[in-house]
Design a protein around this ligand. Structure first.
Ligand SMILES: CC(C)(COP(=O)(O)OP(=O)(O)OC[C@H]1O[C@@H](n2cnc3c(N)ncnc32)[C@H](O)[C@@H]1OP(=O)(O)O)[C@@H](O)C(=O)NCCC(=O)NCCS
Length: 184
């Protein structure tokens, strides 16, 4: 069971089946916010759907295909942070994230992302970590910018969210740049 202590009451943890009800309640309470940017919301209509997601996450995490973690703040589920797909041969992955509205504006996601990045370079042997944000999603773009990622350009028409197709701003952080910023 992977568990990453971020500090200040923030913990990243693999989801468990008994998290399903609380995860669904969190998603349901943030449906409007998440529906603007996340393509999977239509698959999360009933509380059984969060259990399906958790079982899918457990299987993929176990097999090393991706890494889906719940963000806990003071023992409450607050959001999700993940490596979408792990490609060991290519040593690259992409981070995805969302956080319930009531936890916004406190630096929780920035610190959680930094911990996941450290875990990716330090324990998963990654060389390149990417973050892709809809070009108009400014709170999301602020994260890789705050964390020292390099803006590489825009991929057009990369993701459908309902009837809208989004252009993505692509950011990346490479292992040498991460190492250079680590305290000695
Ligand atoms: C993207 C998302 C996670 C960003 O949330 P956020 O609260 O802005 O991000 P953080 O938790 O890192 O908090 C940063 C804010 O806390 C402030 N902050 C306070 N203490 C801080 C600290 N120690 N470190 C960093 N920031 C801190 C920052 O100044 C910033 O505030 P600002 O927006 O007023 O400048 C959130 O908007 C979200 O979940 N959106 C919906 C889903 C989504 O869009 N996901 C991304 C799809 S690509």
């Amino acid at each position: 069971m992977i568990e990453i202590a971020v500090g200040d009451g923030i913990v990243l943890r693999e989801p468990r089946e008994d998290d399903a009800d609380r995860l669904f309640a969190l998603i349901d309470a943030n449906r409007v916010l998440l529906g603007r940017w996340m393509p999977w919301l239509d698959y999360m209509r009933h509380d059984g759907d969060s259990l399906t997601y958790i079982r899918y996450s457990q299987e993929g995490n176990r097999e090393g295909r991706f890494l889906n973690l719940l963000i806990w703040v003071d023992d409450e589920p607050a959001g999700v942070l993940c490596y979408f797909a792990l490609e060991p041969a290519q040593r690259r992955s992409e981070i995805g994230y969302w956080l319930g509205q009531r936890w916004h504006g406190r630096g929780i996601m920035s610190r959680a992302c930094q911990a996941l990045i450290d875990y990716g370079f330090g324990h998963l042997n990654l060389y390149r970590i990417q973050i892709a944000c809809a070009v108009d999603n400014l709170p999301s773009r602020a994260l890789p910018e705050r964390l020292g990622f390099t803006f590489e350009g825009v991929l057009h028409g990369r993701e459908w969210v309902g009837e809208r197709v989004l252009d993505h701003a692509i950011y990346a952080l490479l292992l040498p740049a991460w190492r250079a910023r680590r305290p000695a």
